[in-house]
Design a protein around this ligand. Sequence first.
Ligand SMILES: [Zn+2]
Length: 302
Amino acid sequence: MKIAVALTLFLAVQPSAALLGIGKLRKYFGKGTMPQPRVTAGGKKLPPLTLDNKDLDRVFAKNQIWKASTLAKDKDFFKKLGTTHTPDYMYIGCSDARVDTNMIMGEDAGAVFVHRNVANMVVNTDTNLLSALQYGVDYLKVKHIIVCGHYECGGMRAAESSVDHGAPLSIWLRNIRDVYRIHKDELNAITDPEARHRRFVDLNVIEQCMNVFRTGVVQKRRKETFMAGEPFCLPQVHAMVFDPKTGELKRLECDFSQYEEEMSQIYGMYQLSEEDKAVIAANKPAPKKDAPKKELVAETAE
Ligand SMILES: [Zn+2]
């Protein structure tokens, strides 16, 4: 009786499984080959998708290997991992499977607070990213926010094309196309398509760093650390790009202070008031000549 009820319920919520017929249920549940052509958003053809239960066997087997090797290096690793979450870095990167955050930074689990999406975007209406940013800045108090793009990015290539990829992907890609519009003179002047793609990736990362600076949560925290007398305003924001063809992670040289006027006049929400300046003057000794320079709104990428 219980089996009959369970089967009825199952078929009710899985009508497509019922339509497939018993003979095809095995394929429906993930064993076999899906012959449909697979194409990336950038138009690249992929081999047919094959599914096998060994796919998951591999996941758990590798988990055991990783767990054992980690314990061999540090027998207390998971005791610490299970009780503390104090990363210095927040990483905003692309969802691309080749750009493994901890692997390319050489960091263990627990060191990096991560948010990833298609083409490492910082979109002002993306409550997913903004929630992660708020948590990372307000609660974890990360010192560094890294926006990391990568060359050979399918999301960037899709935005470079004139294809309508359908919603919601096309809506997302529109944000990337807006970056191209801002820099179209520079990008259109690059005749080599690969060089243009790489520069587009660089410029997109810099624009997304600017979007990080434009958020209230980051501005508020930077003002707090400034008022507290930290040597640098925190969190610092860094533009980086990963090249999957070489494994190299590089920092993009960008002087964010060149945008200071735009940032403070249009986007600034936590500028210093006269009262703040009086508090600073009253509480802080005069800076030494060789003291590190710090700016409230933006600084050169560190
Ligand atoms: Zn990508």
